[in-house]
Design a protein. Sequence first.
Length: 278
Amino acid sequence: MEKLFEFIKRHSHTLIFILLEIIAIILIAQNSIYQRSRIIRWGNAVAGRWHNGVSSITGYFGLKAENEHLAAENARLRAQLESSYISYSDSIFHVNDTVYKQRYTYTDAMVIKNSYNKSKNYMMINKGLDQGIRTDMAVLSPQGIVGIVVNCTKNFATIMPVLHTDSRNSVKLKQTNSTGSLIWEGGDYRYATVLDIPTTYPLHKNDTIVTSGLANGFPEGIAVGYIEEFEHLQGSGFYTIRIRLATDFNNLNHVYIVNNHFKEEQDKLMKITEESDE
């Protein structure tokens, strides 16, 4: 209490001045409508700037949680797309009964380690066996394909991205459905190569390359990249196509792990078919 009195005594002139200013402002506001409106407007402006500043600061610290929420919501929305279902139609006496079964579901994950400037790149995500992640599952980004899960522990998994010289993925031209193979020969992480598309199909710069759906992991029609340039080697009958990848591997934070609920059944059927052909 003594310190308070000492403070008031030391700054008495300043405090009296401030008090008189406040009284003067109040008197002016009470006796002048114009001045009152100006004071209220000024007070609102100050309060608005204050709240905007506070909102910006709190919003910044909430970005991480908001991004995780949006990633989870996007995974749920992807699972509701028509391409995530498989349909069965039975026609009996002109009565059509179509049943849709969920084929793909998606789990969102965060990239915690990533390389893109080597010949054999890998990345790590923060989810694993305990979260339902398994090897050979396809991995997508919000922009397009990423790669395949190759190893899992209880809470983490590693991914072989398309930026790996051993990576091979089935793709197609969106306009013509002509299929080919996606490879990466090293070098620039922004570009890859598509082979085995016949020269009987016309190509144009910026044509879209998408997943073919022929591989068990990736849903059909996921963006892979866009044609940058192409050449026709004489006598080969196929194009060599350089594409600009849809996914930016230098700025990859969230991914979606694709669970194909029919993959095990498809793999077993293919194994039986191959064994019977031996």
